[in-house]
Design a protein around this ligand. Sequence first.
Ligand SMILES: [Fe+2]
Ligand SMILES: [Fe+2]
Length: 270
Amino acid sequence: MHPIPVRRMRFEVPQTGFHPIYIAGDAMLSYQFTGLGLYVALLEPFIVKSARRVLPRITDAALAEEVDRFCRQEAQHYQQHERFNQVIFAQGYPGLEARYERLRADFDRMLEHEDDRYRIGFIEGFEANTTQGALHLLASGALRHRETDPAFGELWTWHMLEEIEHRNVAFDIYQHLYGDWLFRARMCWVAQAHMARFIADCRRIMSAADVPRYGDVCRIRVKDHALGVLMRLVPRFRSMAPAYTPHRYELPSQVARLSARFTEQAESAT
Ligand SMILES: [Fe+2]
Ligand SMILES: [Fe+2]
């Protein structure tokens, strides 16, 4: 099996009993993932379109295959998230759909008015953040926590695993075509700040609507905000460093175990 397998999964979307604090009983973490699930449903189609546009210029055959697999993994991600996001939109958050549409307009603008280097840099900025977040998340055990909704826990475990599997591809495209560190560092800032703004807006919108109906468990506290800022800035600065490369990550043994388990569970895997 190729190290970036393309799996077709079938996750059951919970139809009833949704509670907004569905990861480890933690409001900050739960809203973070809800916001990220909305973000990726629009980012990942943008990734696929942007990477496919530069594919004809990739002269390394092994990298070209990885890019194709990267696109196919991302395409599976956003399709699954769109199904789960229907549950989120059904909660009736005032202003959430409008914010989502503004995000869609951002990606449409980037597809139309920015160049390939900007888009590939943007994608690498996002992937550099995701890989660090995914490794941290798997190590934390939050997705297996007894207060984590199993359906959302499985969706995110699979998604984070595949983010780790394709962690090198966006960086390698950027290095192959451009290799300019300063611009890559700038795009790490641009992409990660763009995502952070969207998720912070989602968190504000959702928490404001949920506190009256579900109580204080949905409130984001000052210390959570402070921790959130730290959690955003540490990976951002790390990925902006001139010597940053995703090729140096040491993967924990659970990555290989999860990879085999999801391949086994998949409707198909190639
Ligand atoms: Fe993804
Ligand atoms: Fe990704």
